[in-house]
Design a protein around this ligand. Structure first.
Ligand code: PDD
Length: 287
């Protein structure tokens, strides 16, 4: 598998960085995960735009032009054996000769990219939905930045795994924020509710696609704070991300999501949105 590291394309096994790299020492860097279908990156420019937002937020100049980034992604995608992939890109503040929290001067950033086969949700997960747990959101207050400082997310997601679940949904001050590695939508009375894109959550690329599709197809939708009571009384819950796409959540903290005969089963709105998503993805890929 070909990776990109600081200007060179090389097998991932041969890629080396310094232990003084600030990504390693401080989690001082930005990243993106880009889904690739049939060797076509999906929403590539939006991912680069968000990368720029993160780099601006952490005061790290973007080391590559948009065209250079596109060329890096194109090359690692081309050299992969898989048609469907997830491309990972990362920029850190580089490796100084010493350890100091303050920004180093005259240090080149570390630029890294590699690709892996896309691990999409299984058919069983799509049919049955997934189980999640909830937890207080104990992350910092710049969750809109996609940085590699992910220890809180790591610990939060492990809570889900330890409970035999797939994801952890977070609440801050009594409001839904997002999942440890995903955004969360609520369906209530046939309408879609989404938390606002502010410092409390990552502005998901899939989140935007979902809201665009809701607007395009006339599904009622509202972006606003979602109190815990509304989360727990949801008719449907979905998680979205570049690699999981749109996945119905059918159990929250051990209880079935939804009411009546559809309780604990994927709801009609999730199925509808996933169908729109697949059609949209295929339409974009054909262009
Ligand atoms: N995670 N929120 C968080 C905290 C995330 O880490 C992610 C994605 C999302 C969804 O964003 P998007 O739709 O742009 O993928 C929301 C990626 C996939 C990851 O870290 O692996």
């Amino acid at each position: 598998m070909t990776a990109y590291l600081n200007g060179q394309f090389l097998p991932i096994e041969e890629a080396r960085i310094s232990p003084l790299d600030r990504g390693f020492l401080f989690g001082d860097g930005a990243y993106e995960v880009i889904p690739v279908y049939s060797r076509h990156p999906f929403r590539l420019d939006e991912h680069f735009k968000r990368l720029q937002h993160t780099l601006d937020g952490i005061r790290l100049p973007n080391p590559l032009s948009l065209d250079d980034w596109r060329a890096v992604v194109a090359r690692v995608v081309r050299d992969s054996a898989s048609d469907d992939q997830s491309v990972y890109i990362q920029v850190t503040r580089g490796a100084d000769s010493r350890r100091d929290q303050a920004f180093p001067t005259g240090v080149a950033p570390t630029i890294f990219a590699f690709t892996a086969p896309l691990v999409a949700p299984s058919a069983a997960q799509r049919e049955a939905g997934i189980a999640v747990v909830s937890a207080p959101d104990n992350r910092w207050s710049r969750c809109d930045l996609k940085t590699v400082s992910l220890l809180a997310n790591v610990l939060l997601r492990q809570q889900a795994i330890d409970a035999g679940c797939v994801e952890t949904i977070m609440l801050r001050d009594g409001f839904l924020t997002e999942g440890a590695a995903s955004n969360i939508f609520v369906v209530k009375d046939g309408g879609l509710l989404a938390p606002p894109k502010d410092h409390r959550m990552l502005p998901g690329i899939t989140y935007d696609v979902v809201l665009e599709l809701a607007a395009r197809h006339g599904m009622p939708h509202e972006v606003r704070d979602i109190p815990e009571a509304e989360l727990r009384a949801a008719d449907e819950l979905w998680m979205t991300s570049s690699t999981k796409e749109i996945l119905p959540i059918t159990r929250l903290d051990g209880k079935p999501v939804g009411k009546g005969s559809v309780a604990g089963k994927p709801g009609p709105a999730a199925k509808q949105m996933y169908a729109w998503y697949c059609a949209f993805r295929d339409e974009v890929m054909r262009k």
